[in-house]
Design a protein around this ligand. Structure first.
Ligand SMILES: [Zn+2]
Ligand SMILES: [Zn+2]
Length: 255
């Protein structure tokens, strides 16, 4: 068992220390955990300018040693809209991370989905523009896994897509070596499905997709590893559950 999407107090929206996640991971018997704090260059994001890589590594490096016998600690980031901030993204690609998640948090007039809803932007518009933005991000590439594939679902509570657009997104991901994350945060937020769930994973599989990563999107220790069994149940056929070490995929055996 592992978790490759975890936020610590190096993210603006979490207060949890790295060490407390490590203790919990040992307690739960996790083999690998990867910290993926937010990196946001959108000035409308309250996390803009919050992350400090040197402070992160100062805390991370001694812990990696401390837990070496019980747990493999991996370091990563969740970089928002890499295609919009190519110069900034390049800076982080050069740092010694094991894993880079790419995500789309802002689109449609540069808004976060909670603001889109307040501005009466319909689910149809939000999803249409979202899939265009995702296509641009995966075409740009340079990251290892795409976080929370059908993200607007978390806020709109419904899922809209055309099969054709999902196939083009998946084909670009495969060509650019981008894995599909199964993000289970929606299971804690009142929905009965992960992001993505079976229907979109089936399209990913049909398009030739193979690699999936698991992420709880934990912001506190209670959320570490949450939803792993649900994610596990979605992995079938040719799908391979992978972790990333030094930006290379390593296959995991499924429990
Ligand atoms: Zn995210
Ligand atoms: Zn996240």
């Amino acid at each position: 068992m592992h978790d490759l999407h975890i936020h610590t107090h190096h993210s603006c929206d979490s207060k949890t220390s790295l060490d407390s996640y490590c203790k919990k991971a040992v307690e739960l018997g996790l083999e690998y955990i990867c910290f993926t704090d937010h990196i946001d260059f959108n000035k409308a994001d309250y996390g803009y300018g919050y992350y400090d890589a040197s402070l992160f590594f100062k805390e991370f490096n001694p812990l990696k040693e401390k837990y070496v016998d019980n747990l493999t600690l991996l370091c990563g980031v969740e970089f928002s809209e890499p295609h919009v901030y190519p110069k900034e993204f390049e800076m982080y690609q050069k740092m010694p991370y094991d894993f880079i998640l790419g995500s789309i948090h802002f689109w449609v007039d540069d808004l976060f989905p909670t603001k889109m809803k307040k501005s009466n932007i319909s689910a149809k518009t939000a999803f249409n523009r979202y899939w265009q933005e995702v296509y641009a991000a995966v075409s740009f590439g340079g990251f290892d896994s795409l976080a929370h594939f059908d993200f607007p679902k978390r806020y709109y509570g419904e899922l809209l897509y055309s099969e054709k657009s999902i196939i083009s997104v998946c084909k670009k991901m495969i060509r650019n070596n981008i894995a599909m994350e199964i993000n289970t945060s929606t299971l804690r937020q009142g929905l009965d499905c992960s992001m993505p769930d079976k229907a979109l994973l089936d399209i990913y599989k049909q398009a030739g997709g193979r690699y999936v990563t698991f992420g709880s999107d934990a912001h506190s220790v209670q959320e570490l590893g949450a939803g792993y069994q649900h994610a596990r149940s979605l992995i079938s056929g040719n799908l391979q559950n992978v972790i990333y070490v030094q930006r290379r995929p390593i296959k995991c055996s499924l429990m």
